[in-house]
Design a protein around this ligand. Structure first.
Ligand code: G3H
Ligand code: 13P
Ligand code: ZN
Length: 312
């Protein structure tokens, strides 16, 4: 089937109490690892490209890679999404180039400005059959040594979400409830805990509306260990516990963003192969295990965390 928007996917996920995995893509092996896993498990999937990914791979190559995945995976719905679109022009460029979903991330701007930019993107996107994700609140690391008030101010404010959604016409909303990007999400020795109380308040304000969780990697320690046992230096890398991601997936959270875990798996595959086979210099020799790790991780997420297997 051709690329789809996430509208139908999110409705089913909301009603069914599961979430769709949104995985970041940067090269062919990552696209293949993700989509082979989703195809085998008959799971809908979102492939997302950041501005950095587009710069690295070149938008034309990324688009063709995703088109190839669509051909190779005829049984599953696939969304092509812009992750963290920084401005209207980037969103417009992706919409004009066949993306079916874009995120406009104006969350660092004041509330009114965020509304204004988001509404402009929504108008253009909807006129072209594309859906829009926006963000309210800042994804701060909760390891930041800030006072409680300042720390709380980074979380999404439930009293703002209804007005934001109705004035922008946005299709889904990314919120900040204690996750952060990257592999260092929590201070060692502290108990990682997402603010489900804030999520509950948000859901009460906008019942039935799809919520997005960024920064949702769990930083699997088996891959961190492989990396460190093979020359890497990742100290105190800590992610979101999977039981909390499962809880989120059962709730109004319909899209869960995962990038760092794939980076860890990919890096572990390459590092391990280099150490175990120092004679090897064929890129296929070390990219194959890296791709397999991506596939294994995505399968695990779909089956054990997101609950989206068989929902295609
Ligand atoms: O949210 C950020 C994603 O992990 C993408 O990261 O901008 O380095 O491609 P990137
Ligand atoms: P992680 O860094 O936790 O994988 O988050 C990825 C993300 O939110 C992409 O938008
Ligand atoms: Zn993100």
């Amino acid at each position: 089937m051709p690329l789809v928007t996430s509208a139908e996917m999110f409705k089913k996920a909301y009603d069914g109490g599961y979430a769709i995995g949104a995985f970041n893509v940067n090269n062919m092996e990552i696209v293949q690892g993700i989509t082979e896993a989703a195809q085998e498990l008959k799971s809908p999937v979102i492939l997302q490209a950041s501005a950095g990914a587009r710069k690295y791979a070149n938008p034309s190559y990324l688009k063709k890679l995703v088109e190839a995945a669509v051909i190779e995976c005829p049984d599953i719905p696939i969304v092509m999404h812009l992750d963290h679109g920084p401005d209207f022009e980037t969103c417009k460029s992706c919409i004009d180039n066949g993306f079916t979903s874009v995120m406009i991330d104006a969350s660092s701007k004041p509330f009114e400005e965020n509304i204004e930019i988001t509404r402009k993107v929504v108008e253009y996107a909807h006129a072209h059959g594309v859906v829009v994700e926006a963000e309210l609140g800042a994804l701060a690391g909760i390891e930041d040594d800030v006072k409680v008030d300042a720390k709380d101010s980074a979380y999404t404010r439930p009293e703002e979400v209804e007005e934001f959604v109705s004035r922008t016409g946005v299709d889904s909303l990314a919120i900040a409830i204690g996750t952060s990007h990257g592999a260092y999400k929590f201070k060692p020795g502290t108990k990682p805990q997402l603010r489900f109380d804030i999520l509950d308040e948000i859901v009460k304000k906008i019942p039935g509306f799809p919520i997005v969780l960024h920064g949702a990697s769990s930083v699997p320690q088996e891959y961190v260990k492989i990396i460190n046992a093979n020359g890497g230096q990742l100290v105190d890398a800590i992610g979101v516990p999977e039981d909390q991601l499962r809880q989120a997936a059962r709730s109004a959270v319909c899209k869960i963003n995962i990038d760092s875990d794939l980076r860890l798996g990919f890096t572990a595959g390459i590092r391990q192969t280099f150490i175990e086979h120092p004679e090897l210099f064929d890129p296929r020799g070390y990219l194959k295990p890296a791709r397999q790790n991506v596939k294994d991780i995505v399968k695990h997420k779909i089956v054990d965390v997101l609950g989206s297997a068989g929902k295609a």
